[in-house]
Ligand binder design. Structure first.
Ligand code: SF4
Length: 200
């Protein structure tokens, strides 16, 4: 792990920035390849993630692994984290004050890793990264350029576990993600010529 990430995580290992610190077993920072061009951002740790201290290790995590495999990628090829680093009790939705408290940590993570593409999984992650509320049915699978990286919104794997139509959309989005990555997407920070590729 880079010194910058180590230092960031050390600073937050006993975080009490919101009330979730009282009930969570672990602060689940993130896991994977910090040199990757792609960072996935989910919503929050669930039961298994809270126990193990790693993101996406339950059923939704297995689906994510399968979706990555379907486009020739492994978990080791990406870095994955969540909007919230501590589990909301009963897996309830994140509260606005929890998101506000935890958002600086997420943004610092992304800043340090400096990916080309941030894949948001689910509406909470899309809202936090894009800074606005938009229906997932309208925005999924379509890259959006921000100042630092491309954002690729898609559904949260947990939403697809028991919904066939969402699963189909998620599978199609992963195919579109592969096409985007295979197109040699430039680093937005270094290359301000993305429009010339006709991506938007
Ligand atoms: S969810 Fe984020 S802000 Fe809240 S206690 Fe955990 S690390 Fe701190």
């Amino acid at each position: 792990m880079s010194e910058a990430l180590k230092e960031l995580y050390a600073q937050h290992s006993d975080c009490t920035g919101c009330s979730l610190s009282k009930s969570a077993n672990n602060v689940v920072f993130g896991f994977g390849n910090e040199s990757s061009d792609v960072v996935f951002v989910g919503e929050a740790p669930g039961y298994h993630e809270d126990k193990e201290g790693k993101p996406f290790v339950g059923a939704a995590g297995q689906l994510l692994t399968n979706l990555l495999a379907s486009i020739g990628m492994k978990r080791e090829d990406i870095y994955i984290t969540n909007v919230l680093k501590c589990r909301p009790p009963g897996n309830r939705d994140p509260l606005p004050e929890e998101i506000e408290a935890c958002k600086p940590l997420l943004m610092k993570q992304i800043d340090i890793i400096a990916p080309k593409v941030v894949v948001t999984l689910g509406s909470f992650a899309a809202r936090v990264i894009l800074g606005k509320v938009m229906p997932m049915s309208k925005i999924h699978g379509q890259p959006v350029k921000t100042d630092g990286y491309l954002v690729f919104p898609t559904y949260h794997p947990a939403a697809a576990l028991y919904a066939r139509t969402t699963m189909t959309s998620l599978e199609d989005d992963f195919k579109a993600l592969k096409e985007l990555l295979d197109s040699g997407v430039p680093h937005v920070r270094e290359e301000a010529k993305t429009e010339q590729l006709g991506l938007f």
